[in-house]
Ligand binder design. Structure first.
Ligand code: ZN
Length: 165
């Protein structure tokens, strides 16, 4: 049995900004409007449900609030992106351009790139981590897998399925 949260309708959305290595449009600092669809597969419990949807949605919304209005930074190699701390700011060199950005406005992600592939894996891992941290995972004991589809707008999205058994 599958149950889904549809990101756009459930408000599982966030806007953030990034700069990715390369040429052309994506090499400029630019925003994305993201939304995440979350699907779970599991077995019925004695209350005829497979997941506590309220808790799942609450975890998704907590995660969106971490991303909201942040400038994302990934662990690109130094040959691609140089980051130097200057007081309360980060000096970022990428694509032969320099940016001086308040560190408080940055969300530094321990992932190798900001491509949608790495972002959706990160989002799904953090979601599962949140459920475990907040003690919600017991309500999810019957689940076989969780599948997260993260859209970055423009008809582009990444999808990952994580087995929970
Ligand atoms: Zn982009």
């Amino acid at each position: 049995m599958i149950v889904e949260l549809i990101g756009k309708e459930a408000g599982i959305t966030f806007e953030c900004i990034h700069i990715v290595p390369g040429k052309g449009d994506c090499s400029r600092i630019h925003p994305h409007f993201h939304y995440a669809d979350v699907m779970v597969d599991g077995e019925f419990d004695d209350k005829r449900r497979i997941v506590h949807l309220y808790k799942l949605k609450a975890a998704c919304l907590r995660l969106c609030s971490v991303f909201e209005d942040k400038i994302l930074l990934a662990n690109y190699p130094e040959t691609v992106q140089k980051v130097v701390k200057e007081g309360s700011h980060l000096h970022i060199e990428i694509n032969n351009k320099f940016y001086l950005i308040p560190e408080a406005d940055i969300l530094k992600l321990e992932i190798p790139s900001l491509n949608i592939e790495d972002l959706v894996i990160y989002f799904a891992d953090e979601l599962i981590g949140d459920l475990k941290k907040n003690g919600s995972f017991a309500s999810f004991a019957s689940l076989n897998y969780i599948e997260v589809t993260l859209s970055e707008g423009r008809g582009q999205r990444g999808r990952v399925r994580i087995n929970l058994k």
